[in-house]
Design a protein. Structure first.
Length: 310
């Protein structure tokens, strides 16, 4: 049994997987618990009922609807993550309001929050799943990377880097009818890398259904949809993208995909290096000078005088 199978789903994954089956009251409680895990650990059912404008009975029913044996079971599942939830970086990030809009303080909070997120990703990503993802991309005729809702640029960036190491790759993040053109020639010898944070947009749903129909393996990169989509994909790479209630960052997904690209290159080192050498040769031909001469070039003089600092 792999680590991905052995690890129980997180509270956020349970909520994402069952949100459509919950009543309106249960959904309100579940969304609160997912967004406030610290409060869920330390509060009683009565306190959580007041916080969600429901009742203690509603809190208990919600915990059971999420697959726990009640509120105590939910709390036990969170206690294993308590240390990461209460790290200095997380506390600092939660205190951004108190720091005001001072740029230096906000910069520090943001950097520390990302460091903490990457540390959590190191613990949550199953290395066997990661290895399987590398094998799928390495063996594929073509890798198609799909991401929506702000992930289009990440998809295009990683597709470009896969091409640079000698693998056929392209992004498929179009919306509407143009997406059909991107999916039309997919086959079982290809692989799709799907990026999805905490919800599945219509385009992603269509891609998953089409891949199932034509037998294309899917690698899912997500933070909360792993349990909900486990049976529809070949590989799940679960990593925290952002803290509940904050804007979603692409940094974790980007770094994870860069690691995938480097790992694929390492499996076929000679091919990857050979393709990169050829790319540099083409660049030199396009530039009209050798890349080695770049350090000798002088920047053109500014047409205007630099603005003086006040």
């Amino acid at each position: 049994m792999s680590l991905a199978e052995a690890k129980p789903p997180t509270l956020q994954e349970r909520v994402a997987a069952r949100i459509g089956t919950l009543t309106a009251t249960e959904r309100r409680v579940a969304e609160y618990l997912a967004a406030h895990p610290q409060e869920a650990v330390f509060s009683s059912a009565e306190e959580l009922g007041r916080a969600t404008a429901t009742s203690d009975a509603s809190v208990v029913r919600t915990a059971k609807a999420l697959g726990f044996d009640g509120l105590p079971g939910l709390k036990r599942s969170l206690q294993g993550h308590l240390q990461s939830l209460l790290t200095p970086a997380n506390r600092l990030s939660n205190s951004i309001e108190s720091t005001g809009s001072e740029p230096g303080a906000l910069l520090t909070a943001t950097l520390r929050d990302h460091i903490e997120r990457l540390t959590q990703a190191e613990q949550s990503i199953d290395t066997e799943e990661f290895r399987r993802a590398v094998e799928l991309i390495g063996a594929a005729r073509e890798t198609v990377i799909s991401g929506f809702a702000g992930l289009e640029g990440v998809s295009e960036y990683i597709a470009t880097h896969l091409v640079r190491i000698g693998h056929r790759a392209r992004s498929a993040s179009d919306t509407g009818y143009r997406l059909a053109d991107r999916l039309l020639l997919l086959g079982p010898e290809d692989v799709v890398v799907m990026l999805a944070h905490n919800r599945l947009v219509r385009e992603s749903r269509v891609i998953l259904d089409h891949c199932t129909e034509v037998g294309v393996p899917v690698i899912l990169v997500t933070d909360t949809l792993g349990e909900a989509l486990r049976d529809e994909v070949e590989v799940v790479l679960s990593a925290p993208m952002s803290r509940p209630g904050t804007f979603t960052s692409q940094a974790t997904a980007l770094i994870l995909l860069e690691a995938l690209t480097i790992a694929v290159a390492a499996q076929e080192r000679d091919r990857s290096l050979g393709t990169t050498v050829r790319m540099n040769q083409l660049r030199e031909e396009l530039n009209g000078y050798a890349r080695a001469d770049e350090g000798q070039l002088v920047l053109p003089k500014a047409q205007r005088k630099p603005r003086s600092k006040k």
